[in-house]
Design a binder for this molecule. Structure first.
Ligand code: 6GU
Length: 236
């Protein structure tokens, strides 16, 4: 999988992706992250990539020419071209799965007040937002997209079950996890997890997932596949 990142701040990508699972995926050649500096595709002495907006108003706008040229230099094939923008489609695990099925994706990192609409119209195919809050730029969203897509690629995460059983994928939040010691500063691990009764453990985990989802993300419950037992537990 190849990620083409187009950004005004390539230095932002130097460190953050060089640890843990994404770094290992790069080392193993499972992914490539090509970072292009949009400013390299400007044609004036100052490297001007932004300009005032037509019609007036606060904030600069990213010019179309350098972004188009950077994209054209990066990839010729038809691949998804993401534009990071608070005006985009919300990034969900479903969208991440869709992106992970592509051999390559390009990500244009929006900045300043936004980008010239012709970038959205004539270049980007997927405007994507990572949530209902406003960031200063699209670099962190790009890294989030790369991280979420990378962990779905075959062989990147150790066990396929840990990817298939993801909270969100199943429509439920993950149950609590514990490791040793069994008692820590007076806080104990729930007895059932030490019992060795696998059916009981499964039931406890399921109920904790249901409780947490009901408390923090009741909106997810409509997409989860619930048993009659689950429904009774939630109602009770
Ligand atoms: Cl993709 N970009 C910016 N600038 N802010 C955001 C966002 C993206 N997603 C949520 N907020």
């Amino acid at each position: 999988m190849r990620f083409h990142v187009l950004t005004l701040f390539p230095e932002a990508f130097a460190q953050p992706l060089q640890f843990s699972i994404v770094a290992r995926a790069v080392q193993r050649g499972q992914i490539n992250i090509d970072v292009a500096d949009i400013r390299d595709y400007t044609h004036d002495a100052h490297g001007t990539a932004d300009d005032y907006q037509f019609g007036g108003g606060h904030g600069m706008v990213m010019k179309p020419e350098p972004v188009f040229e950077a994209a054209e230099a990066a990839e010729r094939a038809q691949i998804p071209v993401i534009l990071t923008t608070p005006q985009g489609e919300l990034l969900t695990q479903k969208l991440v799965e869709e992106l992970a099925s592509s051999p390559a994706i390009a990500i244009i990192c929006g900045h300043y007040a936004g980008v010239d609409e012709r970038i959205a119209e004539g270049l980007a195919t997927r405007p994507v937002s990572i949530g209902d809050y406003v960031l200063t730029g699209g670099e962190l969203p790009a890294m989030i997209i790369i991280d979420a897509v990378t962990r779905l690629l075959p062989g990147v995460v150790g066990s396929p079950e840990s990817v298939a059983g993801d909270s969100i994928t199943t429509g439920l939040l993950q149950h609590p996890l514990y490791t040793r010691p069994a008692e820590f500063r007076g806080m104990t691990v729930p007895e059932v997890l030490l019992s060795g009764h696998h059916a009981e453990i499964d039931r406890w985990r399921r109920r904790k997932s249901l409780e947490r989802t009901l408390e923090h993300r009741p909106d997810l419950l409509s997409t989860a596949s619930l048993t009659n037992d689950d429904r009774r537990y939630l109602a009770g």
